[in-house]
Design a protein around this ligand. Structure first.
Ligand code: C2E
Ligand code: MG
Ligand code: MG
Ligand code: MG
Length: 288
């Protein structure tokens, strides 16, 4: 509908736009058969506790194996699916598939599932979540739904009521990509989040930039005061890991700990380089 398309129309008059429109239409058309043809896959990325140095859960990340183009990234096709409404069916697939895998393969770990703002606003969303949980038999407390601030800005009274119903089911709620976008601090006290995920941009800047480090420290303190778990996204090296551990961040996720992988090659424990870094805490100080 026009509302969802609205944020993409601003660049209508840019050069090369004709190609982009054609490209999006082509993706949208191909998305129609992607579900029925089984072209989607779920990959899983581990999340580790910095206190115990153990994997505590996995985030499900969708992958599209396009018959001609090969792997198309979610960054490319999710916006198309959101504008067309196809994200509703895709989101249901992700829920069912992730919970199916959680009930069989990923024993004893939590599972995180990304939810699009368009999916979140669908009137059947809460019922879909409840049904998927009932069918899978996965305890609701092991499931975390990740939403972004975009989900909250349009109608926050309705968003609050949806989140409250989800909490009644027993699932956990995470605020993804925190710090980029609108980032109203009042969201943190107004909505029932269990977890804040600090955006990767702060993590990758933290060792060069006092501002990013200060933001991480502040979010960790704020999150703890509000009784929320703090997860850092996009940890790529041992320095970043040590900074986060020293600042009291609860959990970390990123290529250093594990890349998103298909279920048959999932890591159950953290790599040696990670445990060594946590033991030695060998971070030498800011490189400014
Ligand atoms: P996100 O939920 O914030 O997921 C984190 C993204 O960062 C993932 O990209 C992940 O592969 C990537 N990443 C993780 N660790 C690192 C790292 O150390 N370095 C770098 N450079 N990147 C890292 P991905 O899988 O391409 O997904 C991009 C976004 O697409 C996700 O961001 C999420 O917003 C969306 N998405 C992915 N799967 C789904 C899904 O099933 N449903 C919905 N609605 N959105 C999804
Ligand atoms: Mg996420
Ligand atoms: Mg994120
Ligand atoms: Mg993101």
């Amino acid at each position: 509908n026009a509302k969802n398309r609205g944020r993409h129309t601003y660049c209508l008059f840019q050069a090369g736009m004709g190609d982009e429109v054609r490209q999006r239409r082509a993706l949208e058309k191909d998305l129609n058969s992607a579900l029925s043809d089984g072209q989607f896959d779920l990959y899983f990325q581990p999340r580790m506790s910095l206190a115990s140095a153990e994997i505590v859960g996995y985030e499900a990340l969708i992958r599209w194996n396009h018959p001609d183009r090969g792997l198309v990234s979610p960054g490319e096709f999710i916006p198309v699916a959101e504008a067309s409404g196809q994200i509703i069916a895709i989101g249901k697939y992700v829920l069912a598939q992730a919970l199916d895998i959680a009930s069989s393969t990923i024993l004893d770990a939590n599972i995180s599932i990304n939810v699009s703002p368009v999916q979140f606003r669908d009137k059947d969303f809460v019922d879909d979540v409840r049904q998927a949980i009932d069918r899978s038999g996965v305890p609701a407390g092991r499931i975390e739904l990740e939403i972004t601030e975009n989900t909250l800005i349009e109608d926050d009274a309705r968003a609050l009521s949806v989140l409250t119903r989800l909490k009644e089911i027993g699932v956990r709620i995470a605020l993804d990509d925190f710090g980029v976008g609108y980032s109203s601090l009042s969201y943190l006290s107004r909505f029932p989040f269990d977890c804040i995920k600090i955006d990767r941009s702060f993590v990758s800047e933290a060792k060069r930039n006092y501002g990013s480090l200060a933001i991480i420290e502040t979010v960790v303190r704020l999150g703890k005061a509000l009784d929320m778990r703090i997860v850092a996204e996009g940890v790529e090296d041992a320095d970043e890991l040590c900074i986060l551990a020293q600042r009291g961040c609860h959990e970390a996720q990123g290529y250093l700990i594990g890349r998103p992988m298909p279920t048959d090659s999932l890591a159950r424990s953290i790599p040696e380089v990670v445990s060594a870094a946590l033991e030695n805490q060998n971070f030498g100080g800011l490189q400014v």
